[in-house]
Design a protein around this ligand. Sequence first.
Ligand SMILES: [Zn+2]
Length: 314
Amino acid sequence: MNNRLDVINVAEGIDVIDSGYYSRDFAAIYLLRQNNKVAIIETGTNYSIPAIESALIKYGLSFSDVSYVIPTHVHLDHAGGAGELMRRCVNARLVVHPRGARHLIDPSKLTAGAMAVYGEKKFKEYYGEIIPIDVARVIEAADNFVLDFQGRELKFIDTPGHARHHFCVWDKSTKSMFTGDTFGISYRDLDHQGDIYILPSTSPVQFDPEALIQSINRIMEFKPERVCLTHFSAIKPDTKVVNQLIESVRFVSDLAIKHADKDDAESFIYKDMMNYFLKGLNEIGFRNNKFAEDRLSLDVQINTQGLIYWHKNS
Ligand SMILES: [Zn+2]
């Protein structure tokens, strides 16, 4: 767990904190403040609760001032702490994609799925116990659902591709889009002199490249001034960034097609994907390959698993 608290303001009434999940500045949590009420986008895990509490205290607020808890989708680095957070935030409603709602109301399937991947010991270490949420407190946000958060309009758009239970959240007043994993992954410590490198997230088991590209294009129709990535923090989605992301979705899905039938498909895909990302980083001037490889190893590993699953099942 992290004992460091950096609250970084990215736009008016929008702060980002580190959930502490996995490694430093790996998974973000966003706090939106409006009239001294709070909406929390992404929850991190149960172990992220103290960081959220400290950020609230910094603004003279507490869990009782939280009106909404909004995971973009139900993968556990985004929603693992939702139940425990809802237990603390007694006045809050949970806003979730209609396809994700039942898994947070009854997390037994989510828990079983993640335990199968990580084993019981690692699961407990990463996530603790996933707490169910009372159905009466749950709002299901279908495509184009609009939430009036203290006069601030939040619009929910259905964005399949990374997962079918994924929405993005449009904050009209600041022209910010909260993109979860739909708009990929880009770490601030891999930036080079203002240039950024972005890569897609193709985790198991619902990756769908064509749907993902459509969702990225739909996000861009809003002309966002910033996209608030969960991995990690806010970036400006200029044409170069968008093209790089879409090209990269195509490249990695082609890798799956190229290697999936080989005996050692996983290591071929991993190696080619990592080299492609390192080459992209070198092109923006980021040349510390060792650091980048460490930083991206978990993402490349999960991406590889998602690509193999997609290729087998599509
Ligand atoms: Zn995800």
